[in-house]
Design a binder for this molecule. Structure first.
Ligand SMILES: Nc1c(C(=O)O)ncn1[C@@H]1O[C@H](COP(=O)(O)O)[C@@H](O)[C@H]1O
Length: 162
């Protein structure tokens, strides 16, 4: 099996539309990833097993997305030494504030690096994962440098409104 550097886990297939930007951003940086749909509530044993095996499978960063009572990222973080980035999925009932608080408010000793609610957060999770991996991968780090430069140039080019 090919080693994929990023493991993306989402709580439900209903989260997929919110996650497309995350996958696209990793594609743009040329970073390989695996996507799994598993739930800390519905399939707890499978989530723990996946997390426990992540290091030996060659994973470097885990990205976890869940909505509502979003315990997925925290449960993944409980069973791996790898960094876990949590994406709070936007919800129709509480706007994603439920997802945000249940992802970010981890107890001491089990951090989850939580990004913004929804699609912006999903894209930022991919960028943050690449920044982490860029510490030991100078080519990837250079791609981040180029990306930020291009982004800044675009903002400056569009900066004059009238
Ligand atoms: N928050 C969690 C977890 C978990 O934290 O393990 N598992 C599923 N979910 C979330 O439930 C929402 C509704 O899921 P369904 O659409 O399958 O009912 C999704 O946003 C999912 O991430």
């Amino acid at each position: 099996m090919d080693t994929k550097r990023v493991l993306i886990v989402m709580g439900s297939r209903s989260d997929l539309p919110s996650m497309e930007g995350c996958m696209k951003q990793l594609d743009d940086f040329g970073v390989s990833y695996t996507v799994r749909v598993l739930s800390a509530h519905r399939t707890p044993n499978a989530v723990i097993e996946l997390s426990e095996q992540a290091v030996e499978n060659g994973v470097q960063v885990i990205i976890a997305a869940a909505g509502g009572a979003a315990h997925l990222a925290g449960v993944l973080a409980s069973s791996t030494p790898l960094p876990v980035i949590g994406i709070p999925i936007q919800t129709s009932t509480l706007g994603g504030m439920d997802s945000l608080l249940s992802t970010v408010q981890m107890p001491q000793g089990v951090p989850v690096a939580t990004v913004a609610i929804g699609k912006a957060g999903a894209r930022n999770a991919a960028i943050l994962a690449c920044q982490m991996m860029g510490l030991a991968d100078k080519d990837l780090q250079q791609k981040i440098v180029d990306f930020k430069k291009a982004q800044a140039e675009k903002v400056l080019a569009d900066s004059v409104v009238e």
